[in-house]
Design a protein around this ligand. Structure first.
Ligand code: ZN
Length: 310
């Protein structure tokens, strides 16, 4: 088989669709970004691939938020992007482009991306958390992506905790994600807690974003600070559990919320240090992602190269 120079990798998350043309060294040659919530995701994906299409493509890799059936090529369940449930991604994309197509969970794809070209290249084992609207996870072990669901955001951390979109109660995601933070702020302000954030977004507290919360925290707002620290503390509970279970060389943290590193993540690291086995915690590096928003698309492209022997 002649060597193909490129693969297309797509990262279909709860908010954004990112599709990239990636070369054999893991560099992005060209990219397309669209919303994953405004239009039909499958149609948006097809037009993104069309705009990147050229000769020399080995295959197409898809990283999709949710629990994946790799054989059938469908998403079995996706609490943060229900519109993709049951969509026949593999068959649909293969039919249109006559190229090999493979599918993986989005955070698993991000872990593979970090292993290939990002913060994970020097580690044989690491656990990746994606911290955004929801919380995803991926595990690299023995130098390879572990073929498991790795839904780290849905580990139970409160036995009688709040309801999660997945149907369970007390999931990590419901306490440490962007949605958890903005929800907590709205609830506190509506129940009369004083905060500078009342003046944010022209008074529409439903529009407050995690970035707003972080900026108000830097300005000294108590509620903003407490919200980030509470979420960080729960994240630390999750990180400690991951360290105790996998004893990884590293924990890599990806996603928009890592922008609040000095409050949210620092609190998480402190909490994890109190909870994990000291010997294990001491042997684990906790690092930010290097590829940031590109990790999923680059990892999905790697998957396509791997599956086609390029
Ligand atoms: Zn859950």
């Amino acid at each position: 088989m002649p060597h193909k120079r490129y693969a297309i990798g797509a990262d279909i998350g709860g908010t954004n669709l990112r599709v990239a043309l990636v070369d054999g060294e893991g560099r992005i040659v060209e990219r397309v970004k669209a919303s994953s919530t405004d239009n039909d995701v499958f149609d948006s994906l097809v037009s993104a691939i069309e705009s990147l299409y050229r000769d020399g493509i080995a295959g197409i890799g898809l990283g999709v938020a949710g629990v994946i059936d790799r054989e059938k090529g469908i998403v079995k369940s996706s609490p943060n992007l229900p519109s993709v449930e049951g969509v026949g991604f593999i068959d649909g994309i293969r039919e249109r482009f006559s190229l090999p197509v493979c599918i993986e969970n989005d955070a698993n794809a991000a872990a593979l991306g970090e292993k290939w070209r990002g913060a994970g290249t020097e580690f044989d084992s690491f656990v990746l958390f994606t911290l955004g609207t929801g919380i995803g996870g991926g595990v690299v072990y023995g130098g390879r992506l572990l073929d498991v669901a790795a839904e780290l955001g849905h580990m139970s951390i409160e036995a009688d905790g709040v309801r999660c979109p997945c149907g369970n109660n007390g999931c990590l995601e419901s306490y440490a994600s962007a949605r958890a933070m903005t929800g907590r702020v709205v609830e506190a302000i509506e129940s009369g807690t004083e905060s500078l954030m009342k003046g944010c977004c022209e008074g529409n507290v439903y529009k407050i974003s995690p970035e707003d919360i972080y900026n108000y925290a830097l300005d000294g707002d108590n509620l903003a600070r407490e919200t980030l620290k509470t979420a960080g503390r729960y994240l630390g509970v999750g990180i400690a559990s991951a360290i105790n279970i996998f004893s990884p060389e590293a924990v890599i943290l990806a996603g928009g919320l890592t922008g609040a590193w000095n409050i949210y993540v620092e609190t998480a690291i402190k909490e994890a240090s109190k909870r994990a086995f000291p010997e294990l915690f001491g042997a684990t590096k906790i690092l930010p992602s290097l590829l940031k928003d590109d990790a999923g698309a680059i990892g999905a492209a790697r998957l396509a190269f791997d599956k086609t022997g390029n």
